[in-house]
Design a protein around this ligand. Structure first.
Ligand SMILES: [Zn+2]
Ligand SMILES: [Zn+2]
Length: 585
């Protein structure tokens, strides 16, 4: 049997071949769910001249990939305890990572390529199963090529799994398990070209949950206890939501409901017609789970409730209604969930998507790669004043769509030097200055990346100042600039506390040292993202004062002669103290 690859599948294959002709650095391809990853894998396996290995983490995927390959009349080995076969005989082997890593001694041949499906699961951890297999393969072939495939190269808690993107920017750091993303196809392309069903995102008109009131960890996740407490108070909302879900489901074939916790899932499940619904959690035994999924695919069950188990690797094309009743911390996760309903299926014209958890994501948002923060934050494009790269960060816009604030820290642009060496642009939008050498560091840095001095912890400074009788700490909410009546080359900056307390600082622009000190602190931070200016006169500063970025904290000390005198200013603060205009930490 012959087969024809879709144009983008062929492109993915061509890029892989071209890339590995020049390097053995691990590479990755991003294809949305439904893009036909298994066909790309099959083609790469077919054209390979030496032994290759295709790894997956669940037996269903091993089976799917192998079936696709064999459907072209080709022969392959399968190594998977779950599939009751353990062979490495053929040129191409489809293997489960668990089975293979447990039988590592059997890997004693020269393999040219290993393909890892759902490769966002690879952590790069030295003790991981993937690492074990790769080490064993490299013992026989130091030039082993490693290719990962995934729909979502980003995982909350781990971050980006690759370092460089072929469009010229940086994601994870150099220690990421994959060095380069060599091909990526956006979800929008798939829908536009009718490879996927268009989603119909409908606003939850009725009361929905508001998880944003809860405290989240640095990855934006909430604890189960917190969610259960909040949901217990919202049992009326749950009832109303489920009534609406059932109502909308009358016109729908297959409904997937994503619940927040096991307790919540049981509550949700209780509202559904018993004969038509089932519930899958992480604790559901495998055999039972397989049975439920089978019944759902055969449409013997109409509703399937789950708690974070069916976001990847699950495929029931007839699903045409996705009800989200859980918080989703990242765009990727949101896309994964909605992706369950976008497969093409006979008679299906769209997939209804209702987000009852107010996550506020757009399906076509790019992954920003950091915590979303406030619910009204949106991805904004910020051009790097250094290299011109258009970064995507979380930020805020005004009613005209103009960016008013963004939370990016460092430019993600990738710059190439004359020797072809690629390095991340070192322009920083927010930074902590090293007190020893003046170098700019990430706001969370503990050690200076230039001189390696330990950097002062801003919280230590604040704590020390708060313990002093003659020190004043302003939680700074803004500033104003005026020139002195007696000498208009001298500016007076007044820093305001949120309670109205204030403190002044003066800079004499007639003096080069004072000009330098002012510019060092304020110039680059001016209206983050715009080309930095160098302030040459007091008048220029006064005219631009609305663009000046205020420090988050100002520490002043009492002086006998002048009253309060600014001793230290903390810009771009990150730590345990609440900042002005921030409700809580
Ligand atoms: Zn840049
Ligand atoms: Zn330093």
């Amino acid at each position: 049997m012959t087969y024809v690859l879709r144009p983008y599948q062929q492109e993915a294959v061509d890029r892989t071949v071209a890339y590995f002709r020049t390097t053995s650095e691990p590479a990755l391809i991003v294809l949305p769910t439904g893009a036909g990853k298994s066909l790309v894998i099959a083609e790469l396996a077919r054209i390979a001249k030496q032994k290759i290995l295709v790894l997956a983490h669940v037996k269903e995927l091993v089976e799917q990939n192998a079936e696709k390959y064999c459907s072209f009349g080709l022969e392959a080995s399968i190594f998977s305890a779950g599939l009751k076969q353990k062979s490495l005989m053929q040129q191409v082997t489809f293997a489960s990572i668990q089975s293979l890593s447990r039988n590592i001694e059997q890997l004693n041949a020269h393999y040219s390529l290993v393909i890892i499906d759902e490769c966002h699961r690879v952590s790069g951890d030295k003790d991981s199963q993937y690492e074990k297999v790769i080490l064993a393969l490299k013992a026989h072939n130091p030039q082993l090529k490693i290719l990962g495939l995934t729909a979502t190269p980003y995982r909350m808690g781990i971050g980006w799994v690759y370092h460089r993107h072929y469009h010229g920017f940086v994601r994870g750091d150099k220690s990421s398990p994959f060095q380069e993303c060599i091909f990526e196809l956006p979800l929008r392309y798939m829908i536009k070209h009718h490879y996927l069903t268009p989603p119909r995102e409908v606003d939850a008109a009725i009361s929905h949950y508001d998880f944003s009131a809860l405290q989240s960890d640095s990855f934006g996740r909430y604890t189960g206890d917190d969610m259960n407490q909040l949901l217990a108070k919202n049992s009326r909302a749950t009832k109303a939501i489920m009534q609406q879900v059932i109502e909308y489901s009358e016109q729908r074939q297959g409904i997937m409901i994503f619940a927040a916790t096991v307790l919540h899932a049981n509550e949700v499940y209780g509202y559904l017609p018993a004969q038509q619904a089932a519930l899958i959690t992480g604790d559901t035994p495998n055999a039972e789970r397989d049975q439920i999924i089978m019944a759902f695919k055969q449409r013997k069950l109409k509703y399937l409730v789950n708690v974070s188990v069916l976001t990847t690797g699950f495929d029931a094309p007839h699903v045409d209604f996705i009800a989200i009743l859980r918080p989703t911390e990242s765009v990727s996760l949101y896309q994964q969930i909605v992706g369950r309903g976008l497969r093409l299926s006979e008679g299906k014209t769209d997939c209804l998507v209702i987000d009852y958890a107010g996550n506020g994501f757009d399906l076509f948002y790019p992954e920003v790669g950091s915590k979303k923060g406030d619910s009204d934050n949106v991805p904004v494009q910020v051009q790097c004043p250094g290299c011109g790269f258009a970064n995507i960060f979380w930020g805020k816009t005004d009613s005209q769509g103009k960016v008013t604030e963004h939370f990016g820290r460092r430019c993600q642009g990738l710059l190439e030097d004359d020797d072809g060496l690629k390095e991340q642009c070192d322009y920083r939008f927010r930074f902590k200055e090293c007190e020893a050498c003046g170098a700019e560091n990430d706001i969370a840095a503990r050690q200076c990346q230039t001189c390696h001095e330990v950097m002062a912890d801003p919280d230590d400074k604040l704590r020390a100042a708060l313990n002093l009788k003659d020190a004043l700490v302003l939680r700074c909410s803004g500033l104003s600039v005026n020139s002195l009546a007696s000498n208009e080359q001298i500016i007076k900056i007044t820093y305001y506390d949120e309670d109205g307390a204030s403190c002044d600082e003066v800079y004499d622009f007639a003096k080069p040292a004072a000009r330098y000190a002012f510019n060092k602190q304020f110039a680059k931070r001016t209206a983050q993202g715009q080309t930095p200016v160098e302030y040459k006169s007091a008048q220029q500063v006064i005219a631009a004062q609305l663009q000046l970025v205020a420090p988050d904290f100002v520490i002043a000390r009492k002086s006998k002669k002048y009253g309060w005198k600014v001793a230290d200013k903390l810009f771009d603060y990150q730590g345990n103290f609440r900042k002005a205009n921030q409700l809580s930490r």
